[in-house]
Design a protein around this ligand. Structure first.
Ligand SMILES: *[C@@H]1O[C@H](CO)[C@@H](O)[C@H](O)[C@H]1NC(C)=O
Ligand SMILES: *[C@@H]1O[C@H](CO)[C@@H](O)[C@H](O)[C@H]1NC(C)=O
Ligand SMILES: *[C@@H]1O[C@H](CO)[C@@H](O)[C@H](O)[C@H]1NC(C)=O
Ligand SMILES: *[C@@H]1O[C@H](CO)[C@@H](O)[C@H](O)[C@H]1NC(C)=O
Ligand SMILES: *[C@@H]1O[C@H](CO)[C@@H](O)[C@H](O)[C@H]1NC(C)=O
Ligand SMILES: *[C@@H]1O[C@H](CO)[C@@H](O)[C@H](O)[C@H]1NC(C)=O
Ligand SMILES: *[C@@H]1O[C@H](CO)[C@@H](O)[C@H](O)[C@H]1NC(C)=O
Length: 395
């Protein structure tokens, strides 16, 4: 439905799905569109080492991911591969946190995009030919007349190491974080007096594409870091996990007029319109044990592990006591009791093993995230910028 319309014919020629999307585009500044589905809860998270995307929550607009211990792999194997997924829900301010590893490969672009139906847009672009910098960008209402908004940020080894790319988006400002260090802040008033400030309900998209495809225009290829050599593929972008919070917690967002301003958005909170979520999300009560466990701090986990062990020890003492009693009471009952104890014990051991595995994964993840990022970025050279500082993406 909502599509990123800044496409060049050359790109269109490559991608028929993009053509199909154009016809169903609805821009609330020009037309009356159906309301945007809200997330309906404050926090959604998915860990791709454990869960795949469900079609209830996600829409693959091109290709598909594959899943393994690294998480979700978005792969360019050959010309035309552009696996891209977007959320079916929109957020109206909030946070978007993606733990990912960029794809290598000249001209290959890994991206995280937050996009509204009025083409307000926030981007992370990770260029395969560049393993020292990542780019952030934003657009208001699809205004591309100026390309001075792209900023490059130094980062250590984004193609070999997982990094935490987080946006904290509010009505007043937009903060970009890499591994919990703030690398860029955009204030509402600094975005062309607010006119170019992203401020409408937006979905979240992850994707990979070859900006360096030889059929793209030369500015896009230049921006993407040069022509892609598909014979060097496959090129994989890995997304380990994602967390999205919706500051407005609405179930539906409706444009009250055609201004495209944040003030025109009506927030509805109607539980009958709530999206049925996946990956163990839902209301807190519906969270899986795994999800709750994953949401805990390391300290809390150690505490719980310790108390599980304590309970196990008490259980053992009680059991021995009962066992002696049972032996007196009769062999048959003891056998039953024994079997039950064995079953519980096996379950407990399995639970502890799983906890141990998750804990070491967490620790490995923490060890593998040295912070190599400065607090500064700098602008894209105007020679590139003035013509096409961003590329043209298909979403
Ligand atoms: C997925 O999104 C595309 C593009 O917005 C849309 O045309 C399509 O109908 C959606 N698919 C489903 C199953 O909703
Ligand atoms: C909306 O309509 C205006 C005026 O007709 C036009 O300039 C603009 O390009 C349109 N925007 C989109 C996204 O279609
Ligand atoms: C969502 O979760 C994050 C981290 O788990 C937390 O910092 C944040 O406050 C939560 N947001 C809301 C609105 O609950
Ligand atoms: C990566 O991007 C930065 C910022 O634009 C640039 O200074 C650097 O030369 C680039 N590196 C490569 C290998 O292109
Ligand atoms: C587009 O943005 C530029 C600044 O980046 C601004 O000068 C121009 O007025 C904007 N155009 C519209 C239609 O808002
Ligand atoms: C990612 O960074 C954000 C912003 O600093 C932080 O709130 C969040 O806890 C980090 N996530 C992980 C998994 O480290
Ligand atoms: C919507 O309802 C939920 C649950 O009652 C509540 O937590 C949330 O704050 C409400 N959101 C809004 C925007 O009213």
């Amino acid at each position: 439905m909502k599509l990123f319309t800044r496409l060049v014919p050359a790109v269109l020629a490559l991608c028929t799905t993009a053509l199909a999307q154009i016809s169903s585009d609805c821009n609330p500044m020009n037309a009356t569109c159906s309301p945007n589905q809200g997330l309906g809860i404050s926090n959604y998270s998915i860990n791709f080492a454990e869960y795949e995307t469900s079609s209830r929550v996600w829409n693959w607009t091109a290709g598909k991911a594959t899943y393994d211990g690294n998480g979700a792999a978005f792969t360019v194997n050959k010309r035309g591969d552009t696996p891209t997924v977007k959320t079916r829900f929109y957020i109206f301010f909030g946070q978007v946190e993606v733990i990912m590893k960029a794809a290598p490969g000249q001209g290959i672009v890994s991206s995280i995009v937050v996009l509204s139906d009025t083409l307000d847009e926030i981007d992370w672009e990770l260029i395969g030919g560049n393993n020292t910098h990542v780019q952030t960008n934003y657009f208001g209402k699809g205004n591309t007349t100026s390309y001075d908004r792209a900023v490059w940020h130094p980062i250590s080894n984004p193609q070999e190491e997982y990094h935490n790319y987080t946006l904290d988006w509010s009505k007043e400002k937009l903060d970009f974080y890499i591994d919990s260090q703030i690398v860029r802040t955009l204030k509402y008033e600094d975005a062309n007096g607010g006119l170019n400030y992203p401020q409408t309900p937006s979905d979240v998209r992850l994707g990979i594409w070859a900006g360096g495809d030889s059929k793209n225009d030369k500015y896009t290829i230049e921006w993407a870091g040069g022509e892609t050599d598909y014979s060097k593929g496959p090129f994989n972008m890995y997304v380990q996990s994602l967390r999205i919070s919706d500051a407005s917690t609405g179930t539906q967002y409706t444009y009250g007029d055609r201004s495209g301003s944040m003030g025109s958005i009506q927030v509805a909170n109607d539980t009958s319109k709530a999206l049925s979520l996946d990956a163990g999300n839902g209301d807190t009560a519906a969270q899986s044990i795994k999800q709750k466990w994953n949401g805990l701090s390391t300290g809390a986990k150690i505490g719980i592990a310790a108390s599980v062990l304590g309970v196990a020890a008490i259980g053992l003492i009680v059991f021995i006591f009962c066992c002696i009693k049972q032996r007196r009471a009769g062999k048959h009952e003891k056998l039953l009791e024994d079997a039950k104890f064995e079953k519980d014990r096996t379950e407990l051991l399995a639970f502890r093993a799983e906890m141990g595995r998750q804990r070491s994964e967490k620790i490995a993840l923490m060890q593998q995230a040295p912070i190599g990022v400065g607090n500064h970025g700098y602008h894209v050279p105007s020679s590139i910028g003035s013509h096409g500082g961003r590329g043209y993406q298909r979403y």
